[in-house]
Ligand binder design. Structure first.
Ligand SMILES: Cc1cc2nc3c(=O)[nH]c(=O)nc-3n(C[C@H](O)[C@H](O)[C@H](O)COP(=O)(O)O)c2cc1C
Length: 359
């Protein structure tokens, strides 16, 4: 009988192809999985208010690498969150610290006291003291690099891994796209693993960055609507309805009053932000307010806005931080299913390559 007509033989051949693809994927991200100590080199990017014990443990339990977002936390709250996460998973997870946090070194000590293996330093160049203390305490340090020169500097400063995040990402962003940063940084930074983030929604894209030399990837937006995510149903609904083009960076009206770019879904809050900037700038031009006070008014506009949207569900006035991959979020799904989808897509792409190379 022709092997192609024998269902048992066909099944065997499919399973062999699958095994081969899995082996290849394991090879491609081995550096990342060994560094993180998990099955898949897929990090759940820390998202303030969203990345707490439930989502973080779900990602780690499913074979990825969850990261607690400590942006909104005091050292006491972070300690409680780490302890609670340990109760939900025996798998490794990390903690993301914002370098501008006024109590950064105390947060570092909390991570070390609780034996957190990996700490991601985000939001600007990390102080040398934080890197040194973490490394001396036995933690691995991951740092965000928005350009090659900074990546090199961070490696010299002791970073154990680099995260490259392009402007497609949700939340605070730089000006350069993920694809360009990946092309610039991946061939140059070879001494430490590099993880790529921003705009990754499918396994094929993940595989593409691994092919280019990434040790792994980091996704945020795709995990917001995970069943285990505590984001308010209104927040999740906004994600499910949105298309890629709805996730846009905040707009700065006047270069004298800088606005840190944040990618989010547009709503009443973003419209009012423009109006507020216009009014503040008019008042400044009329001499009714000085530059510092005007700048502060603009900076304070979004204070507490992410919590309002994620926790309270006020999706009209809160901040709906989301990446362009939001268009690929189509329903609420268990974390395990999201990871499996990414994996299956990558494996299918690899199986397709095997078929092409045999033809
Ligand atoms: C709602 C939201 C909140 C975020 N908060 C943080 C944060 O607190 N710290 C951080 O380093 N990155 C933060 N990010 C970025 C993510 O960690 C991750 O790098 C990013 O989402 C990856 O790009 P993607 O959204 O295209 O998947 C946030 C992203 C989102 C969507």
């Amino acid at each position: 009988m022709d092997r192609n007509q024998d269902p048992a033989a066909e099944g065997q051949s499919r399973s062999a192809q699958h095994q081969l693809a899995l082996k290849e994927l394991d090879r491609l991200w081995r550096r990342g999985t060994e560094f993180l100590g998990c099955r898949y080199a897929i990090m759940g990017g820390a998202m303030t208010w969203v990345s707490e014990r439930h989502l973080v443990s779900a990602i780690s339990n499913a074979g990825g690498f969850g990261v607690i977002a400590s942006g909104s936390m005091t050292p006491e709250l972070l300690a409680a969150e780490i302890e609670a996460t340990y109760k939900l998973t025996g798998a490794p997870f990390g903690v993301n610290l914002i370098t501008l946090h006024p109590r950064l070194l105390e947060l570092v000590d909390v991570c070390l006291d609780h034996k957190v293996g990996h700490v991601v330093l985000a939001g600007g160049l990390p102080p040398a003291a934080a890197i040194t203390r973490l490394k001396e305490g036995g933690a691995k340090v991951l740092c965000f690099a928005p350009a090659v020169v900074i990546a090199k500097k961070l490696v010299r400063a002791g970073a154990d891994a680099i995260v490259v995040e392009g402007m497609e990402a949700g939340g605070h962003i730089g000006p350069v796209s993920t694809s360009v940063l990946a092309q610039e940084i991946l061939p140059v930074i070879r001494d430490v693993p590099v993880f790529v983030a921003g705009g990754i929604g499918r396994g094929q894209a993940m595989l593409g960055y691994l092919d280019m030399g990434a040790a792994g990837v980091q996704l945020g937006t795709r995990f917001v609507c995970a069943t285990e995510s505590i984001a308010h149903p209104n927040f999740k609904r906004a994600f499910i309805r949105a298309a890629a083009r709805d996730a846009t960076p905040s707009v700065q009206l006047d270069p004298r009053f800088p606005v840190i770019p944040v990618r989010a879904l547009g709503n009443e809050g973003t419209k009012r932000f423009m109006e507020m900037q216009r009014q503040v700038i008019d008042r400044f031009n009329r001499g009714e307010v000085d530059q510092k006070a005007a700048q502060l008014e603009i900076e304070h506009y979004w204070a507490g806005a992410l919590r309002r949207a994620v926790i309270d569900g006020d999706v009209e006035n809160g901040s709906l931080m989301a990446g362009q991959s939001v268009g690929m979020v189509t329903r609420e799904q268990p974390t395990q299913e999201i990871l499996q989808e990414l994996l299956d897509e990558a494996l299918q792409a690899l199986i397709g390559r095997q078929a092409t190379s045999r033809a």
